[in-house]
Design a protein around this ligand. Structure first.
Ligand SMILES: [Zn+2]
Length: 191
């Protein structure tokens, strides 16, 4: 059944403005003196935007000094969200025109430097000597942390894994590490 005319009329102008504001560029170039959208000419060149990409991974860890069952060897289904900020690319014909960066590139960096380093592996604290000895002997995929491998510590680790590999026009604003759906930590770099 087709949508009710009043509903489609209500939605169309809003989504058009939000999704493709720079689609007016052709109109501006053809009618530079008459277009009502002339004032938007500089908009795509100056706008900064923030985008995020999410990946998931399975990992084990232990917090030996914790008073809870976190002191056991156990695992999590972790979720990692990298949030980056950058200027919209406005080069005509650029494959990333209209983007801060291609989500695929951000995903590739996160997969290579976070997922493929820790997924199905173990994060172990260097001062947790008993577990460190066992885990490093038992597992090939191990991340050794300077602090206990909490969500906070792993958020910082993932931030530092991703940041050096981002393109120059993009800054890593935040790294969110979900240890469980209800528990997460945010790291935005040292001040
Ligand atoms: Zn845990």
């Amino acid at each position: 059944m087709p949508p009710h005319p009043s509903r489609s009329l209500a939605i169309q102008p809003t989504s058009h403005l939000i999704i493709k504001p720079w689609s007016y560029l052709g109109e501006i170039l053809f009618f530079p003196y008459t277009s009502p959208f002339r004032s938007t000419l500089s908009y795509p060149r100056s706008i900064m935007m923030i985008i995020s990409r999410k990946i998931e991974l399975d990992y084990g860890h232990t917090l030996p000094n914790s008073f809870s069952f976190c002191n056991q060897l156990h695992g999590h289904r972790g979720t990692v969200i990298a949030t980056v900020e950058g200027r919209i690319i406005d080069r005509k014909g650029d494959p990333q025109e209209g983007m801060v960066m291609d989500f695929k590139f951000l995903n590739d960096i996160m997969m290579q430097y976070v997922h493929d380093v820790l997924d199905h592996g173990f994060a172990v604290w260097k001062n947790d000597h008993e577990d460190f000895e066992f885990i490093t002997k038992r597992n090939k995929r191990v991340v050794i942390t300077d602090e206990p491998p909490t969500a906070e510590s792993l958020a910082k680790w993932a931030f530092n894994q991703i940041q050096p590999h981002l393109p120059e026009n993009v800054a890593l604003k935040n790294l969110r590490w979900y240890e469980t759906p209800n528990n997460w930590a945010d790291y935005s770099g040292d001040e």
